[in-house]
Each structure stands twice: as structure tokens, then as C-alpha cells.
Write a protein that binds this ligand. Structure first.
Ligand code: GYE
Length: 357
């Protein structure tokens, strides 16, 4: 008697919970890892938007920089019959098979941040992220203009590039942006070495660069965390980071501008220039899903507008491919304002999120 009563009670309980979860849109998100401050802000942005309160159930998976883990989690999402799959891919190649599986299961796939390099573009629904090559070109153009302004010949600009994760769109684009300027202006590119977008690898890379290239005077770091490591490595051997490269300083250039420390480094002259990379993709992805749910059209590719920051006043704007980009002069007030964007809980207050709610 008691047994059958309790099993009966259990059934009632199950019936009660099912309809609630049925109403939620289930999103499986394969995040590539947690290598940088940018990535932490990106994860937070996604998590703060895909909440039950907003009508979603988020299944989050951190792939720890391994594409194989991402492929496994996408397969799990397919098996769980999620409504949408979102992937922030670690590198571009090798996605065809698993994306075909998602397509066959009729699950829309949204690619965020870095891209996938697939032969058939119909294997994913859309992509949203940054124009990484433009970020790189803006930075390289700023360097060209700055050095020209200070009467430094391009061949006397001895640059090392500490690259990001090799094969990642952010690395490919930023590396190509610098190569474009090397070709165009004749800078001396000493070396391109991988730094995996982390502070630890940035430090190690800088240590060896200082030993191998005594004339190095510019370090192009493909993100701020690498720059933090590079600055520490320079300071550890008594080198001064700054823009006075004619008098022995080492100029640090970098990308992201997410963590206060990076912007403070700009104010203090330790980082000469930062190319903004915006990580707040949660509301953008949500907005795309909301449109898909409402059968509205979406763009295959959505680019995010980004700024370039420096504390130096000499270069006010840059001209690239017939477009003028203003250089934002960093001030303590601007830094404070910008940091509000990254306070937990305010991620949804960006312009792009407005139409999603
Ligand atoms: O710049 C870097 C991160 O893919 C845009 O990855 C992203 C890059 C970002 O680790 O900090």
C-alpha cells in the first residue's frame, strides 16, 4: 500500500515540473575556454542573458581550448535535442562533420566571436563577432602614423608579434593586419611567436624575444593578457615600457580593453594603444534567437563596431580603406564610464540588446 502510494505521488510530481521546462528555449553553448579577461566577460554576458527569467535554459560547456571537447559537447547538445546550438569556436578548421550532424538534426547553429572555416556556409545559421583584420590594420596604421610623427623610419621600427591561439580567427585577422602594414610601409617584423592569449605565455614569449632580438622596440600583443605578461617580462630585466622608442623604451600594443588594468596601463603609458574588442555578445546572440523564433530575417554576418584607444594625443584619426576611424583619447573619466559596461548585471544594457526584450 505504502509503496504504490509513494510511486503515485512521484508521478504527480513529474507531471507538474514538465510543462514549466517545456516553455523554455533550450540553448547549448560551447564556450572554447577561459583563457583571458575577454573570455570571462564573454561567458558572463552569455550567462546573464540566457536565464530562466528571460525564457531560456542554458546548457553551458567550457571546452578548455580543445576543439575535440567542443565537438563532443555539440554532439551532446544534438542528443539532448536543444533548440539552438551556440558555438564560440577555438579555431576555424575542422567543423564540417559536426555541423552537418546539427543541420541533419534541424538545430540552428549560431557561431559567435571567432569563425568556422567550412566549405558549405549553410552548415551554420549565422555568425556575430568582430572584424579582427580591421582591428589589426587600425593598430598597425596607428603605429605607422605615430612613428612617422616622431621621425622614426619604418625600417627602424623593430616589431615582434606575440600571436594568439594559432588558427583562431582573432589571431589570423590581427596577424594579417600587421603583415599588411609591414608590406605597405616596410616595418621590420622580427618575429611572430605564439602566446595563446594568456599572460603566462605572453611573459615567456617576451623573455625569449628580449634575449633573441636586442633591437626589439615594439611588441604587438594580440590581447591584453599577453601584454600584461610582456610588460612584466620587460620590467623584470629593467627595460622600460613606453612610447619613447628612440631612447630605449619598448612600445606595447594590444587588443581587447576589457579589464580596468589594461586601460589604466594605457593611462600610465605602459600600453601605447589598445584596439577595442567587444565581448558582450550575449544580448546580440539573444536578439538573433528572438528574431529566428519570430520567423524574422537575420543577417548571416553581424559585425560589432569597435574603437581604438590611446592616451597619446598626436594621432586623432586613422584612414583605412577609405574609412575614417577616430582614435579615442583615454581619460580617467572615459575609463570609469567604460568599466560600467563590464559590471556584472549590466551586460544587457548595451544598445544591441534593446530590441531583444
Ligand atoms: O581578443 C582574446 C581572447 O576571440 C576575440 O580571444 C577573442 C579573443 C580575445 O582570448 O582575449
Amino acid at each position: 500500500m505504502i509503496l504504490s502510494f509513494s510511486s503515485c505521488k512521484k508521478e504527480v510530481k513529474e507531471e507538474k515540473t514538465e510543462p514549466e521546462t517545456d516553455n523554455l528555449i533550450v540553448v547549448g553553448f560551447s564556450q572554447l575556454g577561459a583563457e583571458s579577461d575577454w573570455r570571462a566577460a564573454n561567458t558572463e554576458s552569455m550567462k546573464s542573458v540566457f536565464t530562466e527569467k528571460n525564457g531560456y535554459r542554458l546548457i553551458f560547456d567550457d571546452a578548455q581550448q580543445k576543439q575535440a571537447n567542443q565537438i563532443t559537447s555539440v554532439r551532446n547538445f544534438i542528443q539532448q535535442e536543444v533548440d539552438y546550438i551556440v558555438i564560440a569556436p577555438v579555431t576555424e578548421k575542422g567543423w564540417d562533420t559536426v555541423l552537418k550532424e546539427a543541420k541533419d538534426a534541424n538545430i540552428p547553429v549560431i557561431i559567435v566571436d571567432r569563425r568556422v572555416d567550412v566549405s558549405d556556409e549553410s552548415l551554420f545559421t549565422c555568425w556575430v563577432g568582430s572584424d579582427f583584420e580591421l582591428e589589426g590594420k587600425k593598430m598597425a596604421e596607428w603605429l605607422y602614423r605615430f612613428t612617422a610623427e616622431h621621425d622614426i623610419a619604418p625600417e627602424d621600427v623593430h616589431i615582434a608579434n606575440i600571436q594568439g591561439t594559432i588558427g583562431a580567427t582573432a589571431q589570423i585577422g590581427r596577424t594579417n593586419g600587421l603583415r599588411w602594414a609591414v608590406e605597405e610601409y616596410g616595418f621590420d617584423l622580427l618575429a611572430e611567436v605564439p602566446g595563446e592569449f594568456t599572460k603566462a605565455r605572453g611573459y615567456e614569449a617576451m623573455e625569449s624575444l628580449l634575449a633573441d632580438y636586442p633591437d626589439i622596440n615594439v611588441v604587438y600583443c594580440e590581447n591584453d593578457n599577453e601584454a600584461f605578461g610582456a610588460i612584466e617580462a620587460c620590467e623584470a630585466v629593467g627595460r622600460i615600457v613606453g612610447t619613447d622608442i628612440q631612447n630605449g623604451e619598448i612600445m606595447i600594443l594590444s587588443f581587447d580593453g576589457v579589464k580596468e588594468e589594461a586601460l589604466t596601463d594605457v593611462l600610465e603609458g605602459k600600453i601605447a594603444c589598445i584596439g577595442e574588442c567587444n565581448p558582450l555578445h550575449g544580448p546580440r546572440v539573444e536578439s538573433l534567437i528572438a528574431r529566428l523564433e519570430a520567423d524574422q530575417s537575420i543577417s548571416k554576418y553581424t559585425y560589432v563596431d569597435e574603437e581604438i584607444f590611446s592616451a597619446d594625443e598626436s594621432i586623432e584619426s586613422l584612414l583605412i580603406d577609405n574609412t575614417v576611424y577616430n582614435v579615442i583619447r583615454l581619460t580617467p573619466e572615459y575609463v570609469e564610464e567604460r568599466m560600467e559596461l563590464f559590471n556584472v548585471g549590466s551586460y544587457t544594457n548595451t544598445n544591441q540588446s534593446q530590441d531583444a526584450y
